[in-house]
Design a protein. Structure first.
Length: 364
């Protein structure tokens, strides 16, 4: 039996909106205790620095140190707020910030100075979770599906777990230990957030309220759904910027649509891409559980329920912590990494056999 460890997971996803931290106790198979969590939003200036890293590799080293400093501060606050010491925690699972993801070319880049994080917190850090998977011919993403399966062990199946971050990804879970399929569905919040930032100087469309005032454009949506990604069989994964060029080519420049209409078109695009993912399921899911920031968008959730036709609910409906789920997953994956357990499977990332991963950075 594997050792039960106390782990903190840190996640900053493709929405680039902040840091989620969560503490769990786990043996890498089941979670014996869900501990405290903490979410810290990035300020707009730092969000801009992160976006700059996508197209300017020269600034990444400086920003990597900034990421480590901010995430170390979150860890120390989590410990302080809960009367914990660094010695109470065995490991930190540190995802870093994805700034480039082209697995077909053998490239996946997550920035963040893991050694600096270990030294500032006094806790060993597991990072660089995706590289081994890509080196083994996998997509390197998504990596949360095995955690989804662990949480869903007692739930009725087939079940779909949908994460709506910057991009969307889904885990289909059937009956049986190895009956799992996972892949990125398409855009989620990133296109909407970037549109709102450019057109409204706002970081997001709160609750989908702005898009709800706009008009759909079925013809444009049909064109967007001809993107080659949707015809590609899973496992498959996306870069945050995958659809930006197609959106520009299809929708024209920013003056071609009102701000509200553009937000609605991009919201419809997110919903349509999720609904299209059902094509690849071995069996229809009886229920969809949604995590990630997109579940707070009331318009997206309403439209998903209409499009999919079975219950689409926030993961809180089954007692999971939707704002912390990805952070929990990387805590769980860090423990699995320490024990050499698989982080991905052929049906989750496309590797030829189960693959472990992660690199250990010892605190000095």
């Amino acid at each position: 039996m594997s050792k039960i460890r106390t782990a903190i997971g840190l996640m900053s996803g493709t929405s680039m909106d902040g840091i989620d931290a969560a503490l769990i106790e786990t043996d890498g198979e089941t979670v014996s205790r869900f501990g405290p969590g903490l979410a810290q939003e990035y300020d707009e200036n730092f969000r801009d620095r992160l976006r700059e890293c996508i197209n300017r590799p020269a600034v990444r080293d400086d920003v990597a140190d900034m990421i480590a400093d901010r995430q170390a501060a979150v860890v120390l606050k989590l410990l302080s707020d809960n009367d914990l010491a660094a010695s109470d925690v065995d490991v930190i699972g540190f995802h870093g910030q994805t700034v480039d993801h082209r697995p077909e070319e053998g490239v996946t880049v997550q920035i963040g100075n893991a050694q600096r994080l270990a030294d500032k917190t006094g806790i060993d850090v597991v990072a660089d979770f995706r590289t081994a998977d890509v080196a083994a011919g996998g997509q390197g993403a998504p990596l949360a599906p095995l955690y989804h399966r662990a949480l869903a062990v007692d739930l009725e199946k087939p079940l779909a777990v949908l994460n709506l971050g910057g991009v969307g990804n889904v885990t289909w879970i059937g009956d049986g230990a190895d009956n799992i399929l996972a892949f990125d569905t398409g855009p989620a919040n990133a296109l909407i957030d970037d549109w709102m930032c450019d057109r409204r100087n706002q970081p997001m469309d709160q609750n989908g309220a702005f898009a709800a005032t706009g008009k759909s454009a079925p013809g444009i949506l049909d064109q967007l759904m001809t993107h080659g990604y949707f015809a590609k069989p899973p496992p498959k994964s996306l870069d945050r910027m995958e659809f930006h060029a197609a959106v520009h080519d299809t929708m024209g420049d920013q003056t071609a649509h009102s701000p509200a209409d553009g937000a609605r078109i991009l919201t419809d695009f997110t919903v349509a891409s999720v609904a299209a993912a059902r094509t690849w399921f071995p069996q229809p899911a009886l229920r969809w559980l949604v995590c990630g920031g997109g579940r707070h968008n009331g318009l997206i959730m309403e439209l998903l329920n209409k499009a999919i036709g079975v219950p689409v609910e926030p993961v809180e409906a089954v007692g999971w912590r939707g704002d912390l789920l990805e952070a929990e997953a990387f805590a769980w994956l860090a423990v699995r990494s320490l024990d050499g357990m698989a982080l991905s499977l052929p049906t989750t990332t496309g590797v030829s056999e189960p693959v472990t991963g992660g690199r250990l950075f010892k605190a000095i």
